[in-house]
Design a protein around this ligand. Structure first.
Ligand SMILES: Cc1cc2nc3c(=O)[nH]c(=O)nc-3n(C[C@H](O)[C@H](O)[C@H](O)COP(=O)(O)O)c2cc1C
Length: 341
């Protein structure tokens, strides 16, 4: 729905890319209209990361990102990925150098603000400092809560550890030469705009974009990128999506991709609108037998009133009141590296 927002793939494990090198379209292919697209890789084995980056470079991604945020309980070292890598900034620095050298495109790291008991602001800065000085990494996406590797589920790890936006804003202050994208708990375009107003290099929206795409992604072009909104209604968007999705089905065949996968991103498009409950029930039933997205939409859209299907996005003025006000009060003292003490 936005032509400007950057899209991140789900993590693809480096070993998957290496072992599936004859079938890579299945994991890495995307269509040109989806640019800019960032590939996220998981892993820590330098040889496999090198090979994965080299193979991925045939797919014209706009950036390659290393996952240092997923709460995997494997300890840092051979075969591990995700947040536990934050325990080993040197390894992450070397991994990023390897990825950059083998792909020739910009690289970035997505990380938490800490892991388990290693959660001070200074330790976060040590990580950023080590990775950015050992490698060409200039961009970090900061999920502003720590990861707990004590058995908390991935879903709980996105909710339970408290958000500390003050750490994020302090990074902007202490590393002005780097770019930091803010992630975690952002639920509105107002918050996105307020964070950018406070100097954020970028904002990543995860669950809100999935849970309520119409009011989050739908408003991005006008409210954030300052370009005219597409002004399409949901009916028109679905007409275009149907053509795209069914062409994907045809291209890859039903063994590779199914209607359920292609319909999944649509299921919250009518969040809190009249008819939404009925559409969800009809969608459940239709997914049991529909073989094309076209037939799925024909069967289910009757649940929704015309005014919902045909209305376009209203770009109301943004209010920043109260956004991130705690972050100012809680700012940690400036970073002191071990070398400077
Ligand atoms: C279903 C689901 C899958 C996710 N998969 C990944 C992933 O593959 N790589 C990653 O870095 N983060 C992943 N995340 C985490 C999000 O990118 C994001 O960091 C997290 O949800 C916090 O942002 P939010 O509050 O805007 O959702 C996932 C989150 C969800 C809900």
């Amino acid at each position: 729905m936005s032509k400007h927002a950057w899209l991140y793939t789900e993590m693809v494990v480096a070993e998957t890319i290496v072992h599936q090198k004859d079938d890579l379209d299945r994991f890495l292919a995307f269509s040109v209209e989806q640019h800019p697209v960032v590939l996220q890789i998981g892993g820590s084995n330098l040889k496999n990361l090198a090979k994965a980056a080299e193979l991925a470079s045939f797919y014209s991604f706009d950036e390659i990102n290393l996952n240092c945020g997923c709460p995997s309980d494997k300890v840092a070292g051979h075969g591990c990925f995700g947040a536990s890598l934050m325990f080993n900034p040197k390894l992450v620095g070397d991994a990023m150098s390897t990825i950059a050298a083998n792909s020739n495109i910009p690289v970035s790291v997505k990380c938490r603000i800490g892991v388990d008991y290693r959660d001070s602001y200074n330790e976060l800065c040590d990580f950023i400092s080590e990775v950015s000085s050992r490698s060409p990494t200039k961009h970090f996406i900061i999920h502003a809560r720590k990861a707990l590797l004590n058995g908390l589920s991935p879903a709980a790890n996105r909710k339970v550890p408290p958000l500390k936006y003050e750490y994020y804003f302090a990074l902007l202050r202490d590393f002005p030469e780097l770019q930091f994208t803010l992630n975690g708990g952002i639920t509105s375009i107002e918050q996105v705009d307020a964070a950018l107003g406070k100097g954020a290099s970028g904002v990543m929206v995860g669950r809100a974009a999935y849970n309520n795409p119409w009011y989050t992604i739908g408003r991005v072009d006008g409210a954030i990128y300052g370009v005219p909104s597409h002004n399409l209604s949901r009916r028109q968007i679905l007409e275009q999506y149907e053509v795209y999705a069914d062409s994907i089905c045809e291209k890859y065949g039903s063994k590779r991709v199914n209607v359920r996968q292609l319909v999944k991103p649509l299921l919250n498009l009518f969040h809190s609108e009249p008819g939404n409950g009925q559409w969800k029930r009809m969608a459940d039933a239709a997914l049991k037998h529909c073989k094309t997205v076209k037939s799925f939409l024909e069967e289910t859209l009757v649940a929704l009133p015309d005014n919902v299907l045909d209305s376009t996005i209203v770009n109301s003025p943004l209010s920043h009141e109260g956004q991130f006000s705690d972050a100012n009060a809680l700012f940690p003292p400036p970073y002191k590296s071990m070398q400077s003490i």
